[in-house]
Write a protein that binds this ligand. Structure first.
Ligand SMILES: C[S@@+](CC[C@H](N)C(=O)[O-])C[C@H]1O[C@@H](n2cnc3c(N)ncnc32)[C@H](O)[C@@H]1O
Length: 193
């Protein structure tokens, strides 16, 4: 895909997000993933890491429709979304003792600020993934699911290994709405041991 094709397909999702009232085009990545994997269901308790501006939390809130619970965390502010308990915090400083209920699904769209230096960006991504995994270890129930963003390369290798240790099934996902030129991919761990 050329850069201009990629721009137009990105613009298509921006317009669609505006039209449907989603705060970010990222919402369509979770919608695409959920269509295939059916990870968001009524009555589940879900954590959304790196939630701002709130596209994914909006998608979860719609799916749960007043059932279950949603906790969203981001270093940036996030305007209120129905049924979502938002915690403003840097994940690296977050007190995980605040998460004191069993969780069915942890999802994360967190990405560090990109420096452009591959080694630094991969290291920062892995540092965040380690924290995400400690939240998984602390809160996720047996049989629970974990979805996380990483970048092709070192952070994907790291996350694959860690998911394989903890989950029965691992899937590698690149939703249609994710820019083809972007190195981001999502790994899904299904059915925690
Ligand atoms: C791609 S955006 C998430 C978009 C979101 N899923 C949506 O649908 O609107 C990544 C988010 O990760 C957050 N983030 C990055 N580093 C973080 C950190 N250390 N602690 C908490 N949030 C962080 C950013 O502030 C940003 O809002």
């Amino acid at each position: 895909m050329s850069k201009s094709e990629s721009y137009f397909s990105g613009e298509k999702y921006n317009l669609k997000a505006k039209k449907l009232g989603y705060r970010s085009r990222a919402a369509f990545k979770l919608i695409d993933i959920n269509k295939k994997e059916n990870i968001l269901r009524k009555n589940l308790n879900i954590i959304d890491l790196g939630s701002a501006p709130g596209g994914w939390s909006q998608v979860i809130s719609k799916e749960l429709n007043g059932t279950g619970s949603i906790i969203a965390i981001d270093i940036l502010d996030m305007p209120k979304i129905k049924d979502v308990k938002f915690i403003k915090s840097d994940l690296r400083e977050f007190d995980q003792n605040k998460l004191n209920q069993p969780i069915d699904v942890v999802i994360s769209d967190i990405a560090p600020n990109i420096s452009g230096v591959r080694f630094i960006d991969d290291t920062n991504m892995i540092d965040l993934l380690e924290i995400e995994l400690s939240i998984v270890d602390k809160t996720l129930v047996k049989g629970g699911n974990f979805l996380a963003k990483c970048f092709e390369g070192r952070s994907t290798e790291f996350l694959s290994k860690e998911i394989n240790k903890r989950f029965k099934i691992i899937k590698r996902l690149k939703p249609d709405s994710s820019r083809k030129i972007s190195k981001e991919i999502y790994l899904l761990g299904l059915n925690k041991n």
